[in-house]
Design a protein around this ligand. Structure first.
Ligand code: ZN
Length: 398
């Protein structure tokens, strides 16, 4: 592998390891003219710019060096975050800044063709709203509430996405988007990933970039966990890692889960389960977001049930935490709030060894509802501008 290609210089610039010509020479051992040639490729592509407004002090009184920066404005990504009954879509620059956003009701159980067609319409509207041309779109990122085999870009046996099993999401997305905006969309890269993984990725990068073992638990309609290890999403062997909502608890044999089994964690401690329990207690609640509304106003039954649910989830997390030894555990989703967190802490600290939890921070999300979109955009950018892919894309430019 060529460790000194333009793509590798781009990575050094993006990560901040080397942001002047001099630093690039020192880190790579390349000559001044070779670095200059590689940078010219990056300048021509519009990927890197020099910011003259921010000169750094030259060490020996020569010309002040000029900072090199990844130009986060030279392209955009389109992302969507699918929930079971609702979705949000956004147009973001390459630094993750939202340029236009749209959200609305969208039932995932209508199946991939209908849902993806709606997303394609939303994407077209976002481009129009932000007045951005199609050729500025470098990629599309989709966050879905199910296990994803990222190599195939397909969801595999998703408990909460009926009709989506092994559907060719990438091809359907390209076709639907092309139908909306024209043939220019046919070759746009489309990446699909599990929602909890993307939320973990976004939260880790945003708030805990130095945390090498990071865990996020999402509790909304369902329950899922995402892991980031050494800055990378940990997906497991084929993308099934973290789907802890369907671990069967021993003591709830009558609780029927959406996956068809009885006694799953999600059947007793998810937003959907709590909505049913609240309704049975005389507080009509339709969904996980309904539970959130009840928690916001401090409805006593909702508070009690959320704390109980937190205890159940914390019991499962004790095993997860013992295996992974994370430095940070973020609790996100509809139920994430003080009652649920209190319950998680109670059983987690009681059941896991003190050695495992000594430095563990259990906290709520920083990015809130935008975590999925932010993570999806970051995934697309990291994929498209990774050294090898960047070199390939540069070589294909006219
Ligand atoms: Zn289940």
């Amino acid at each position: 592998m060529n460790q000194s290609s333009a793509g590798h210089l781009l990575r050094l610039i993006r990560t901040g390891r080397a942001t002047t010509r001099g630093e690039l020479q020192r880190v790579t051992g390349l000559s001044r003219s070779t670095v200059g040639g590689r940078l010219d490729q990056l300048f021509r592509a519009g990927w890197v710019r020099e910011s003259a407004g921010d000169p750094v002090e030259a060490p020996t009184g020569g010309r002040p060096a000029v900072r090199l920066r990844f130009d986060t404005q030279h392209a955009v990504v389109l992302c969507a975050d699918l929930e079971t009954r609702h979705a949000r879509a956004a147009l973001l620059d390459l630094g993750g800044t939202v340029l236009a956003e749209y959200s609305g009701a969208l039932l995932i159980n209508q199946g991939p063709d209908e849902v993806i067609e709606r997303l394609a319409q939303w994407f077209a509207l976002l481009l129009e709203k932000a007045d951005v041309p199609l050729d500025a779109v470098c990629g599309i990122g989709l966050s879905v509430p199910g296990p994803v085999d990222a190599r195939l870009g397909q969801v595999v046996q998703p408990p909460m996405m009926p009709g989506w099993d092994r559907h060719p999401i990438v091809e359907t997305m390209r076709r639907a988007f092309t139908a909306q905006v024209g043939a220019g969309a046919a070759g746009i890269p489309v990446l699909v990933e599990n929602d909890a993984n993307l939320m973990a990725y976004a939260e880790q990068r945003e708030g805990y970039p130095d945390c090498s073992a990071f865990l996020l638990l999402k509790v909304s309609t369902g329950i899922g966990a995402g892991m980031v290890v050494d800055g990378e999403m940990y997906r497991g062997f084929d993308g099934a890692a973290g789907d802890i909502g369907h671990i069967r608890l021993g003591d709830h044999p009558d609780a029927l889960c959406r996956c068809g089994s009885y006694g799953c964690l999600a059947a007793v401690a998810s937003g959907r389960a709590l909505a049913e329990q609240l309704t049975a207690a005389g507080v009509p609640t339709a969904s996980g977001s309904g539970v959130r509304e009840q928690l916001t106003v401090g409805q006593p039954d909702a508070v009690r049930l959320a704390r109980d649910a937190g205890r159940l989830v914390g019991g499962v997390l004790a095993t997860v935490v013992t295996l992974l030894n994370p430095g940070v555990l973020v609790i996100a989703g509809d139920l994430a709030g003080p009652p649920f967190l209190t319950g998680v802490r109670e059983s987690l600290y009681q059941r896991a060894m003190p050695r495992t939890t000594a430095y563990l921070q259990v906290v709520t999300s920083r990015l809130g509802e935008r975590a999925g979109l932010t993570g999806a955009a970051a995934m697309v950018v990291e994929s498209l501008y990774a050294p090898d892919r960047a070199d390939r894309r540069l070589s294909e430019m006219p």
